[in-house]
Ligand binder design. Structure first.
Ligand code: NCD
Ligand code: ZN
Length: 332
């Protein structure tokens, strides 16, 4: 038995820089035809100069693969000239509330002060990608951020807004309320609840932002993904951290899934008799929403078990040591 996917895409990934970039980017570039590369480096990608430098680094790290990196800028108060110059090089601009997650200290604290840039982005048709969490109680952060999504979506009705890595049933509800709101969801939020992270022995490798939520939230996300909800896209939020930053006090937030994403999704969609929806979830929806033409790449999965390695160059993947029924047989 095999599954054939045409040009699978990862609409949210962290590649980092230097040795980490060279180690992890090829793992995504092998299995995917394209990926949206996040700009939250230690010094964020927030100028055309930094963007061109980073694009070049990513291209070097993924050389030889049939793969398009879709680059992003870190949101700040850009001028019209800066936006016009950056537009051909980017798929969108990523907004982080200040302090919400890894390397977001230079994020936004007062959304109203940013309305000028949002108006320009709407006019220039540059999508806005958002890490949608308030600074409230950790389980309520996404829900509390809804007021911001509502305000931006209604004030800028032509601005395409992507709610990144949604984790709650409420977020799925919001998708249906505003025509200009879209979302990504991660494989891990389709599989985990808070119990998997801290319900038994604490598992730092399942700790990420936004934190996995309640069973009913996971169910709502899963139902939407399995039905290939037309406004929902696969974005793994694969976020590698060295083992020393994960297995320690003050564990960094981020789950590393890049090399196992398609195996995880094949198992999940098969289990729920929804394999016919996988193509839309991992590619077609994103192609339509972002108007992409990814390189033609066929990825074939077969039902032969894959044991998840203990680590990849010192980065521990989700569910290390576990066996998954599907593995990648061929790509190209
Ligand atoms: C991401 C990271 O490590 O850069 N961490 C995470 O837990 N998801 C940042 C992010 O996307 O929030
Ligand atoms: Zn992320």
């Amino acid at each position: 038995m095999t599954i054939e996917l045409q040009s699978p895409l990862d609409m949210h990934v962290h590649f980092r820089q230097d040795a980490m970039l060279r180690n992890v980017a090829p793992l995504t570039a092998k299995h995917f035809a394209g990926a949206v590369v996040m700009p939250n480096l230690v010094s964020p990608i927030d100028s055309l100069e930094r963007l061109l430098w980073y694009t070049d680094q990513v291209k070097q790290a993924t050389e030889g693969e049939l793969f398009d990196p879709y680059m992003t800028l870190f949101f700040r108060d850009y001028t019209r000239e800066e936006l016009v110059a950056a537009k051909p090089q980017i798929i969108g601009i990523k907004l982080y509330p200040a302090g919400a997650t890894t390397n977001s200290d230079r994020g936004v604290s007062q959304i109203h002060t940013m309305f000028g840039v949002l108006a320009l982005m709407e006019e220039l048709d540059i999508p806005l990608l958002v890490h949608g969490e308030s600074n409230g109680f950790v389980m309520d952060r996404e829900k509390e951020f809804q007021v911001v999504y509502r305000e931006i979506a209604s004030t800028f009705p032509k601005l395409r807004i992507v709610m990144e890595h949604i984790t709650t049933a409420e977020a799925i509800g919001l998708l249906d309320e505003y025509s200009n709101l879209y979302a990504t969801v991660t494989p891990h939020h389709l599989l985990l609840t808070l119990d998997d992270v801290v319900g038994g022995l604490m598992d730092p490798h399942l700790f990420c932002k936004p934190i996995a939520k309640r069973p009913e939230d996971r169910q709502a996300l899963l139902t939407a993904a399995l039905n290939a909800h037309p406004k929902l896209m696969h974005g793994s939020d694969s976020a590698p951290h060295p083992i020393t930053s994960k297995e320690c006090p003050g564990c960094a937030a981020g789950i590393f899934t890049a090399p196992i994403i398609l195996s995880l999704l094949a198992e999940l969609f098969e289990k729920h008799n929804a394999l016919d929806k996988l193509q839309s979830f991992v590619s077609n929806n994103a192609v339509r929403i972002y108007r992409l033409s990814p390189p033609p790449k066929t990825v074939v999965l077969t039902k032969s078990p894959m044991v998840i390695p203990a680590n990849y160059h010192g980065v521990v993947p989700m569910w290390a040591g576990k066996t998954l029924p599907w593995s990648i047989a061929d790509f190209g």
